[in-house]
Design a protein. Sequence first.
Length: 243
Amino acid sequence: MSKSKPIVIVSGVAAAAVLLGVVSYTATAPSSGRGAGGSSAVAEVSADPSAGVYPELEAYARRDASDKLALGRADAPVVLIEYADFKCGYCGKFARDTEPVLMKKYVDKGVLRIEWRNFPIFGEESEAVARASWAAGQQGRFWEFHKAAYAEGAKEKGFGKDRLAALAKEAGVPDAARFAKDAEGTAAREAVRKDQEQGYALGATSTPSFLVNGRPIAGAQPLETFTEAIDAAAKSAASKDKR
């Protein structure tokens, strides 16, 4: 299932938008019949570190040291931006199987920064859990909430108000009243809207979708797809530093 929204895309990112929009649906549509993460439909990763890279898209990395929905050094040479929905099973697979490996292999060593973008496309519960994740982040517990919401079987329990409160408690959010208020507040809605519009501007129609230093990758692809893209981006960043 996917959901699109008409938007005018500037010419500088049009090619990437077409790639991400078409390939993301092919790679992640639940009706595809493929195993999650097993699709070969993806922005190609080659030995050339500049292949498939759109310099305009590198600017989408915020590199804000105060960003509570990000992990890793703000000045890391590589930034992976993830556009995802907590109701997306493929996103959950990436969160459980791939992301922890990337954290250990790259984030912990200062090579990679991961920046989350809420991209709710599956209705009201998607919007509600997106705002709740942001609210958890305001108390420094976004990634703990992220882990709880993406645990095996979590999405099958739904994301109603009581369930969101339970997830916040599981994530160790200290102030439940503030969490509930923040999740329904204007700031949360604006933050989610901003992330969502950025995803639509890139042409994403399904989740998860990624940018690795300006290189689009669509779907919960195999680990090797991400490691090759990150290694190529790190190599390219290192060569630029030497100039």
